[in-house]
Design a protein around this ligand. Structure first.
Ligand SMILES: Nc1ncnc2c1ncn2[C@@H]1O[C@H](COP(=O)(O)OP(=O)(O)O)[C@@H](O)[C@H]1O
Ligand SMILES: [Mg+2]
Length: 320
């Protein structure tokens, strides 16, 4: 192979999905804050800018243009795991991790979060409350919707859905069986206990390194089920208003191995919660001003640990 140009090392990366998708609000705010703190030690990369592999027994990473890219120390991932392909983005993340980079969140945690059934398995095993959930591997969907123990009304979700796009309420068995044929077959679905007290409403908590740093009650538009902002929902910021929910969110993030998490809780009653789902790449409202400093501090701690383990302590990053 031809000798290649070597790019100067950058220690902290923000890794975002393939171009030409522009940076979304929360991601742009993070990019600005990290650039301010780390200056030339920081870079934003898109997943489609690289080729990677092994050359003479050594793992390498290059730009498409052929420049050799030294592995970063810390990579903050800003692509939702549900939209990642195993043999594409996941392989790139794995390559970075095997080259010695610290991923935030760790790849194993992203993979856990990628599938809503994997999540409920982990949360239940950690002793955390989750709605009763039924799913399947290769059983035929037409048979699954007729199985005993599948009660209605129930909430139907794609196991890799996100942004409230593939979530709906099946009010009765007749309707559920009727629509089964219309559900996409490539990805399995799950059928979940309908938490009626929470209809059109959830509590979104942002957890960073074991602390809740953002909280909002989200309410659906027009009486719909899914309260996601992407579906037209509105958010009311409520830090400190639900301390038990904040503590539950911290435990949920911990059970999933996430340093940064967006935890969606359902209101089982006005003061009891159950975990709806955990997001590895959460968005948040601009009014949640504690989130960006918490994430940059989390990245700073990983960078410090990487520098220390390499035996090369570098100067503390300057705060803006
Ligand atoms: N079991 C349920 N009972 C009542 N509402 C639910 C239930 N599951 C989800 N929802 C509503 O739908 C929204 C989206 O569901 P969620 O599992 O978080 O999927 P997504 O990944 O698409 O955000 C939730 O925020 C909540 O408002
Ligand atoms: Mg959600």
């Amino acid at each position: 192979m031809q000798r290649t140009e070597l790019l100067p090392p950058t220690d902290v990366w923000l890794l975002v999905r393939a171009l030409p998708v522009p940076l979304q609000g929360a991601t742009q705010r993070l990019a600005d804050a990290l650039a301010e703190i780390h200056g030339p030690r920081f870079a934003v990369w898109h997943t489609n800018e690289f080729v990677f592999g092994v050359h003479q027994g050594r793992l390498f990473l290059r730009t498409l243009g052929g420049a050799e890219v030294p592995a970063p120390k810390v990579v903050l991932i800003r692509q939702t795991p549900g939209s990642m392909h195993y043999d594409r983005e996941v392989t790139l993340l794995r390559h970075l991790e095997r080259m010695g980079a610290t991923l935030v969140n760790p790849l194993a945690a992203h993979l856990l979060c990628r599938n809503k059934v994997w999540q409920t398995q982990e949360l239940a095993l950690a002793g955390l409350p989750v709605p009763d959930t039924l799913s399947y591997g290769t059983a035929p969907l037409e048979g699954v919707v007729r199985t005993t123990g599948l009660d209605t009304p129930c909430v139907v979700k794609s196991v890799t859905g996100h942004k409230g796009k593939q979530v709906f309420l099946a009010p009765d068995t007749h309707l559920l069986r009727g629509i089964a044929g219309a559900l996409a077959q490539e990805t399995p679905h799950l059928f979940q206990e309908y938490v009626s007290h929470s209809h059109g409403r959830d509590l979104r908590l942002i957890v960073v390194d074991g602390e809740t740093v953002g909280a909002a009650v989200r309410t659906a538009r027009n009486g719909g089920l899914a309260s996601n902002i992407g579906q037209g929902g509105s958010a009311t910021i409520c830090p400190g208003e639900f301390p038990e929910a904040e503590a539950l969110a911290v435990r949920a993030a911990e059970a999933m191995g996430l340093a940064i998490a967006g935890v969606d809780l359902l209101f089982a009653s006005e003061d009891a919660f159950t975990v709806c789902e955990v997001n590895a790449v959460p968005g948040w409202r601009p009014q949640m001003t504690a989130v960006v400093p918490a994430v940059t501090a989390c990245v700073g701690r990983r960078l410090k640990a990487a520098d220390e383990s390499a035996g090369r302590p570098l100067p503390e990053p300057t705060t803006p």
